[in-house]
Write a protein of this length. Structure first.
Length: 292
């Protein structure tokens, strides 16, 4: 009993150390990039470092402290959840975009202000720097994969081994804190210091984290492992869902839909998306789907 408690305490300490190092590294890279007025390509490189340096750090933690690394392996576990991983992000994005365009027609958003290509947001930087759609899609997938390896794989596993309840909430909080400088300075839209925009992204991170965590759980393990801490997880479905979500919002929608880019993902489209994911989250909690 005492040995198990000490082991859990050590995992708690590791989770805290990893959290501090992750947002410290992320903040340093983002703030340095902002203050140095880096060009468009430097901003994209900084975003890659923000995502993939913590992944390398997680691997180093696993090797140094002899932690299991099976959650870094994309187990090809394909089940019916792959339908939800593809269908739901597409459906939610379509509803968010359609709702946003409807609101723009009643003067909530002026569709005749193409500020998107000013390069003041990640969307604008992607399309100005990479130009062609295919490399933009690849960039979105690479970012999605790194993000899920950090927050839905390594960090959640640390929290589960430490006996921390609702680990998906803590992973969302860490993800939000790590992205805060770019969010504050408007690189994800919304403009500098937009508090409502920050609140929207916080709840979006929380609901996405819960949804992706549910996707990672294998329903085939329920009979053998009644508690979700013991259930095997696969990162394949969360990476697919995250990639679809980012490709639609950061690659397809800004290129083919006329909307004010400075409001993209901070205006009605973002709010509608958050509300739909909120409903999904409530359904998952009420049906106790998060227990496997």
């Amino acid at each position: 009993m005492a040995k198990g408690t000490r082991k859990k305490s050590s995992y708690v300490i590791l989770a805290i150390i990893f959290s501090i190092l992750t947002f410290s590294i992320s903040w340093f890279i983002q703030i340095y990039t902002i203050l140095s007025n880096g060009n468009l390509l430097q901003i994209l490189i900084a975003l890659l470092f923000v995502v993939w340096l913590p992944v390398l750090m997680a691997l180093l933690f696993s090797i140094s402290f002899k932690l299991p690394i099976e959650f870094f392996i994309l187990r090809p576990v394909v089940n019916k959840k792959i339908i939800w991983a593809i269908l739901l992000p597409c459906l939610i994005a379509a509803l968010g975009v359609k709702g946003s365009l409807v609101l723009s027609q009643i003067s909530w958003i002026d569709p005749n202000m193409p500020l998107f290509f000013d390069g003041d947001s990640i969307q604008g930087i992607l399309h100005l720097s990479l130009a062609h759609l295919f490399p933009i899609i690849i960039f979105c997938i690479v970012i999605s994969m790194g993000t899920e390896l950090i927050y839905r794989a390594f960090f959640i596993e640390l929290c589960l081994k430490a006996g921390i309840k609702v680990p998906f909430i803590f992973s969302a909080i860490l993800q939000f804190i790590s992205c805060l400088p770019f969010l504050w300075y408007g690189y994800f839209g919304g403009g500098k210091g937009n508090i409502l925009h920050l609140i929207s992204w916080f709840f979006l991170f929380v609901f996405l984290s819960i949804f992706y965590y549910w996707l990672s759980l294998s329903p085939n393990e329920r009979s053998r492992n009644s508690h979700h801490n013991l259930a095997k997880r696969s990162l394949l479905h969360p990476i697919i869902a995250a990639s679809v979500f980012q490709v639609i919002y950061f690659a397809l929608a800004p290129r083919y839909i006329s909307e004010n880019g400075n409001l993209w993902m901070s205006g009605p489209a973002n709010v509608i998306t958050i509300m739909i994911y909120f409903i999904i989250t409530i359904c998952l909690l009420m049906t106790k789907r998060l227990k496997y």
